[in-house]
Design a protein around this ligand. Structure first.
Ligand code: CAA
Ligand code: FAD
Length: 385
């Protein structure tokens, strides 16, 4: 069974993509997961493999080197990768749903022709919004850009930037006119060789193979032609892309929950206590049922939000709901999965405990759970007040 849902709405192309990603995840990623987690390092062969399998320009048009597939395809890839390794999943997620999408949606034809082929074929991207003093309050960012002839000079620093240890292409949000508040925020595209410095690589609880770094920009010189979407348009670009990106994180957390469930439940039918497989005791079996319901609800929320987006309908509230709920489920189910396997679930060897460590990030990045609740609350207030 390839399509793991009762929401039977996938095209043949999407089903085939799911198969391709499952093969890649099981054959190429799975053997490296533990070592990468222990070493806090993403194996370069995995990044190369993602490019070679056409998973780094999923929605990008074939004219620009991509696969020209649906948004749901990107969501499927993120979900399937997360079943095996949430770190590889977020690498693919940030690259596709944040970096590629900004350029596809807001870039000029020349910008798309220049950047999208590189991003589809070999160069990893990062999305640089957060800073030390601006996380949830993202639009209070302090990185500044000043005009200098035909160039812009960027000074400042970014914190928590996913993929940045391996990335070559960076979207940087900087304010060109702080007197306008967040309406001065502008999106620039930069390359590593322009002089982006990695100041620190974080050591983390989970998604340890995914790099997270602080970046310093000291008089970083960027040509005028590298502004995306126009001066002052950066805040809208950032949040509109994050609205979509949150469906990607929902998919990551959905895949994670399913991955933990799939690893732990079969063991409970092998393990015998009191003369019976432990999974057959009602106290266990009912927990499996509850987890399966939670996962299915996360799946329906996630794919519903993805299809609403594809159909051009409002999806911001549904995306926030999907991300919030999938993060709750990922944490619940991966925590339970450890308990279902008993002592062995608590060891590193089975890989179940890793899903639980990895699950914590779902409630933090791309807008914390409180930010999702705040987003949903704004819609409720608008409708009922
Ligand atoms: N969709 C569209 N527009 C939105 C919006 C949304 N969800 N939320 C706010 N806006 C717009 C408003 O309409 C307003 O624009 P106008 O002035 O043009 O009307 C503007 O943004 C400011 O609105 P508010 O004053 O209500 O917003 P705020 O300043 O209080 O907070 C926010 C806005 C920074 C977007 C905040 O709600 C938020 O989402 N914070 C979380 C930031 C975040 O998600 N960061 C993720 C970084 S990337 C990442 O994390 C990647 C990764 O790990 C893998
Ligand atoms: P804070 O904003 O300081 O929040 C602290 C607590 O206060 C949270 O519980 C929060 O919910 C709560 N809180 C804050 N404001 C409110 C409010 N108004 N109402 C109620 N509660 C509130 N950023 C990028 O730009 N690019 C990336 O690639 C990226 N990758 C990341 C990868 C990792 C592993 C991590 C940890 C972070 C990453 N981030 C990235 C940053 C991430 O988006 C921020 O960490 C997140 O938005 C939260 O910001 P903060 O850490 O400053 O927490």
């Amino acid at each position: 069974e390839i399509v793991p849902t009762s929401l039977n709405v996938f095209s043949d192309e999407e089903v085939m993509l799911r198969e391709t990603v499952q093969r890649f995840a099981n054959d190429v990623v799975a053997p490296k997961v533990r070592e990468m987690d222990e070493n806090e390092n993403m194996d370069p062969s995995i990044i190369k493999g993602l490019f070679e399998n056409g998973l780094m320009g999923i929605e990008t048009s074939p004219d620009q080197g991509g696969a020209g597939m649906s948004f749901t395809s990107a969501i499927i890839a993120i979900e399937e990768l997360a079943k095996v390794d949430p770190s590889v999943s977020v690498l693919c997620d940030v690259h596709n749903t944040l970096v590629n999408t900004v350029i596809r949606k807001y870039g000029t034809e020349q910008q798309k022709d220049k950047w999208l082929p590189q991003l589809s074929e070999s160069k990893l991207g990062s999305f640089c919004l957060s800073e030390t003093s601006s996380g949830s309050d993202a639009f209070a960012l302090k990185t500044r850009a000043k005009k200098d002839g035909n160039d812009w000079i960027i000074n400042g620093s970014k914190m928590w930037i996913t993929n940045s240890y391996e990335a070559e292409i960076f979207l940087i949000f900087a304010n060109v006119d702080p007197s306008k508040g967040y309406k001065g925020i502008t999106c620039f595209i930069a390359t590593k060789d322009m002089g982006i410095k990695i100041a620190k690589k974080e050591q983390k609880l989970g998604i340890r193979a995914s790099s997270t770094c602080t970046l310093d920009f000291d008089d970083l010189k960027i040509p005028e032609e590298n502004i995306i979407g126009g001066e002052g348009k950066g805040y809208k670009i950032a949040i509109e892309i994050l609205n979509e990106g949150r469906i990607g994180i929902a998919a990551q957390m959905l895949g994670l929950a399913q991955g933990a469930f799939d690893k732990s439940v079969p063991y409970t039918y092998q393990r015998k206590q009191f003369g019976a497989p432990v999974g057959t005791f009602q106290g266990m079996a009912f927990q499996f049922s509850q987890a399966a319901i939670e996962i299915e609800a996360a799946r329906l929320l996630t794919y519903n939000a993805a299809r609403l987006k594809e159909e051009g309908k409002d999806f911001t509230k549904e995306a926030a709901m999907a991300k919030y709920w999938a993060s709750v489920v990922a944490q619940n189910v991966s925590g339970k999965a450890i308990e279902w396997a008993g002592g062995v679930g608590f060891t590193r060897e089975t890989g179940i405990e890793k899903f639980w460590r990895d699950s914590k990030i779902g409630a933090i990045y791309e807008g914390t759970s409180n930010i999702q609740l705040q987003t949903i609350a704004k819609f409720i207030q608008k409708q009922y007040s």
